[in-house]
Ligand binder design. Structure first.
Ligand SMILES: Cc1cc2nc3c(=O)[nH]c(=O)nc-3n(C[C@H](O)[C@H](O)[C@H](O)COP(=O)(O)OP(=O)(O)OC[C@H]3O[C@@H](n4cnc5c(N)ncnc54)[C@H](O)[C@@H]3O)c2cc1C
Length: 349
């Protein structure tokens, strides 16, 4: 375990934003994570790969515990046990290379394993909830290490009972893999088309991984230090989920602005709700790819309107000013509130 003072957090976030940490502890195994977290003076920030974090320009005047534990094992039944500090995409790549299926659609998502259940990461029609067996976590209230099954984590669309709370730290994750080397059923239309299969078919996991990575690169959703379009936290806003009571008014507002024949992309969500596309609403509200925020130091990605990016010299306030402009524009145009997907630390929209 190492402890440093005043570490600039911008060096640990994919947005390259965030002021200094009070105390910065790097914990390299589960025992060190438990020690670091239980002995830390409040407040505490658990840091994985920093790919879903927006940290304020004043930094974090508390203890940051950086998760750096390692360990990967698959048993004879295809149950993968992996420590929280492993790089997620390296794990996906390894399972696919070793002939296992299941994780291929989640290829290319930045960050570490321990954070994947926190927002129930998902892409191309698959969520971690589809594969998750359970986690071992440190319950901060009791100080106990507990094994929690998947159903005990309240996993939902980009959320869980772990998100936006300090209640627990994930130490390791267990995932159920497919031993036949085939992908999950291909549910996402764009992926099915690119693979040349019908929705619901399975393909070799290695083929699905390769196509997913290609699709993601085209959208700036694979990290590339030389491409500012990837200096982001991925999708900045979640897709809005509207109740049946609210939806007709929003559809009326969309029709009033875009004409009665406009086809609005919408997807069934939980009972009595419908999910709309945040990117579609942002674009129809008048924001184009590359749209610069005030001052131009932060901008929408040139490849995807849902990613807010640092063009090289942005501050967190620059990024948030852009986020406010976009969310305000969508609200004014369609009456829909967009909510941030990343975790905001010491800053607010
Ligand atoms: C280019 C890009 C593309 C992305 N694409 C996707 C995508 O397709 N789908 C998707 O779902 N997400 C996507 N994301 C978001 C992000 O990669 C995921 O949410 C990822 O799981 C975050 O992991 P991390 O280790 O970087 O977490 P961090 O950003 O370090 O932390 C995020 C939150 O989780 C908490 N946390 C981290 N580790 C632990 C732990 N071990 N125990 C408890 N809490 C913890 C942190 O305190 C923080 O609140 C993308 C991000 C980027 C930059």
């Amino acid at each position: 375990m190492t402890t440093q003072l005043g570490v600039p957090l911008r060096e640990y976030t994919t947005l390259r934003l965030g002021g200094p940490a009070g105390t910065f502890v790097t914990a390299t195994d589960a025992g060190e994570i438990v020690d670091a977290v239980t002995s830390a003076a409040a407040p505490l920030l658990v840091l994985g790969g920093g790919s879903n974090l927006v940290i304020g320009d004043d930094g974090f005047d508390g203890t940051v515990v950086r998760i750096a534990s390692r360990g990967y094992a698959v048993d004879d039944d295809g149950l993968l046990t992996v420590e929280a500090g492993e790089d997620w995409d390296e794990v996906v790549a390894r399972t696919v290379a070793d002939g296992y299926g299941g994780l291929e659609c989640l290829s290319g998502i930045p960050g570490l394993v321990g954070a994947t259940p926190v927002q129930n990461v998902g892409a191309y029609g698959v969520e971690i909830a589809d594969l998750l067996h359970g986690v071992d976590l440190l319950d901060r209230a009791s100080g106990a290490v507990r094994t929690v099954p998947r159903d005990g984590l309240g996993l939902g669309y980009r959320t869980s009972t772990l998100k936006n709370t300090d209640a627990a730290v994930v130490l390791r994750v267990r995932l159920r893999l497919r031993s036949d080397g085939l992908s999950m059923p291909v549910r996402y239309g764009e992926l099915a088309r690119a693979l040349g299969v019908e929705p619901g078919e399975r393909v070799p996991a290695v083929a699905a991984r390769s196509v997913v990575l290609e699709l993601r690169r085209g959208k700036g959703m694979v990290l590339d230090a030389t491409d500012n379009d990837t200096w982001s936290a991925g999708s900045f806003f979640t897709n809005p989920v509207l109740s049946d009571a609210v939806l007709p008014g929003v559809l009326d507002a969309i029709a009033a602005r875009l004409g009665p024949d406009v086809a609005v992309p919408r997807y069934p969500a939980a009972a009595g709700t419908t999910k709309l596309s945040a990117a579609w609403l942002i674009e129809r509200a008048g924001f184009h790819r590359g749209h610069p925020g005030p001052g131009g130091r932060a901008a929408l990605s040139g490849k995807h309107t849902l990613a807010l990016t640092n063009r090289g010299s942005a501050s967190t306030e620059d990024l948030l000013a852009l986020a406010r402009e976009v969310a305000g524009g969508v609200r004014a145009a369609f009456g829909v509130d967009l909510h941030p997907e990343p975790v905001l630390v010491n800053c607010a929209l």
